[in-house]
Write a protein that binds this ligand. Structure first.
Ligand SMILES: [Zn+2]
Length: 279
């Protein structure tokens, strides 16, 4: 996206101690393309969250990351070492040019999956997310959702997962087997946003192929209402080129659950976003 598009991290950040382990060795450094990103401490900018990142602008051609040390300390007090994850998560938004929270989590988990100290950070953030449990945040899903993304992306062997996380994954898989997943397609452009069905929030959805869209909820009856909220539309092949932001679209559709999921088509003409369900 272009412009000062914020990626607000409501939950959580990683402190100024970052980068130095007990042995004095650096534990994580950003990839070369991100080493000049300015990192500033400003709890006002993060609006109570642990961190926020801004995509490149004329003023900040590398983008920028803001972190809240106070929030990082709070998180580390309960889950020692977890805050580092959130710092890396902010770099993930800049590396991938995306506001997608799950993809930033995926990127951070992969970054940390190659070292022993990284694995310690992952264990700490898993305990933090599992502690959040069913607590839900709009662009992130639940704590369990984030824990699952981290455990899967870091390829932590399933037998090492906390039992509650394994049970959560089973429940998600059962729902996917029963109802399929949301699929969202668009010609010539890409998009993401918050999907609602019958006034229930399904979750963040995206045309991005590497993103796992949520399972379709259990639908009762045959007539439903689809709504995509706060939709951002991008130029195809240029994830940082925002065509439109913050648009809503809704449409009724007929049908029930099927194992094939729900295929949603989007089309954007200037000022107007159209949504429909395709067979
Ligand atoms: Zn984020």
């Amino acid at each position: 996206m272009s412009g000062p598009a914020p990626n607000i991290l409501v939950l959580g950040f990683a402190g100024f101690l970052f980068g130095v382990s007990h042995s004095g060795k650096a534990q994580w450094t950003p990839p070369p393309s991100l080493q000049n990103v300015p990192v500033r401490e400003d709890c006002g900018k993060t609006k109570g969250g642990i961190g926020i990142s801004f995509q490149p602008t004329l003023f900040d051609p590398q983008g920028a990351i803001y972190l809240c040390p106070r929030r990082a300390l709070e998180i580390d007090r309960a889950h020692p070492g977890a805050s580092l994850f959130f710092r890396i998560h902010e770099y993930g938004h800049l590396a991938l040019h995306t506001r997608n929270e799950a993809l930033a989590d995926t990127w951070a988990a992969e970054q940390l999956s190659h070292s022993v100290s990284g694995r310690a950070t992952l264990d700490a953030v898993l305990s933090y997310f599992i502690h959040l449990g069913k607590r839900f945040a709009l662009m992130y899903g639940t704590g369990y959702d984030r824990a699952l993304t981290v455990a899967q992306s870091a390829q932590i062997p399933a037998q090492q997962w906390p039992p509650v996380l394994a049970a959560y994954e089973r429940a998600i898989n059962e729902k996917k087997d029963r109802n399929g997943a949301v699929q969202i397609r668009m010609h010539d452009q890409t998009a993401d946003g918050l999907l609602w069905i019958d006034d229930q929030l399904v979750g963040f959805v995206s045309t991005e192929p590497s993103y796992h869209n949520p399972p379709v909820p259990d639908l009762s009856g045959q007539t439903h209402r689809l709504r995509l909220q706060d939709t951002w539309v991008y130029e195809s092949g240029s994830p940082n080129k925002l065509v439109a932001a913050g648009i809503d679209a809704s449409a009724p559709f007929q049908g029930g659950n099927s194992t094939g999921g729900l295929s949603i088509r989007l089309s954007y003409q200037p000022e107007s976003l159209t949504i429909s369900v395709s067979e």
